[in-house]
Write a protein of this length. Structure first.
Length: 176
């Protein structure tokens, strides 16, 4: 090993750790979709990158630039992996709101004006008549939906559940 290490080694470690983490994210997406062969290929590449970068750092833990590149590369890779997932994976959430009839209808109108599909369902709660709103939305639109709901009334009952399968219906993400 040379006395003075090339300056690009920590940069290489950082880049490979970012790529390694993104590949791990893509591999998990492929596994969840049942893509066995692609999952296998990505797992092999992921483990190769991990072994190389870990080997570069573990053999010289006193080398702070390498260690910092390894740690920061993993952290940045996680963020980039989330961006990849948000960009390429269609993830939907089902938002359920339970409120009084007047409040929920006002919310439904505001949500529809923003381009979201809303189903209003009448019901009976502990304190009388209520209305349930059901909104299926793309995960990236969830903050907007919750903002609209809470601008109208902040203390309504709201649940959010992940939706595995969506077919037909009125979903804003499909119309854009």
């Amino acid at each position: 090993m040379p006395l003075i290490e090339p300056y690009y080694i920590p940069i290489l470690i950082f880049a490979l750790r970012v790529i390694n983490n993104v590949i791990g994210t893509v591999r998990l997406i492929l596994v969840s979709r049942g893509q066995r062969y692609w999952s296998f290929a990505f797992a092999a590449l992921e483990s190769l990158l991990f072994a190389y970068t870990a080997g570069q750092v573990i053999t010289d833990l006193e080398n702070l630039p390498k260690l910092a590149a390894y740690v920061l590369g993993f952290a940045v890779g996680g963020v980039v992996g989330m961006q990849v997932e948000n960009r390429f994976v269609k993830a939907y959430d089902c938002v359920t709101v339970i409120a009084s009839r007047e409040t929920s209808h006002e919310m439904a109108l505001a949500l529809r004006a923003s381009g979201h599909g809303v189903t209003e369902i009448m019901g009976e709660g502990a304190h009388g008549q209520v209305e349930e709103l059901r909104i299926i939305t793309h995960r990236r639109d969830l903050p907007e939906v919750l903002r609209i709901i809470h601008e109208i009334k902040d203390d309504v009952f709201v649940t959010v559940e992940h939706s595995e399968f969506i077919r037909n219906g009125w979903i804003a993400a499909h119309r854009r």
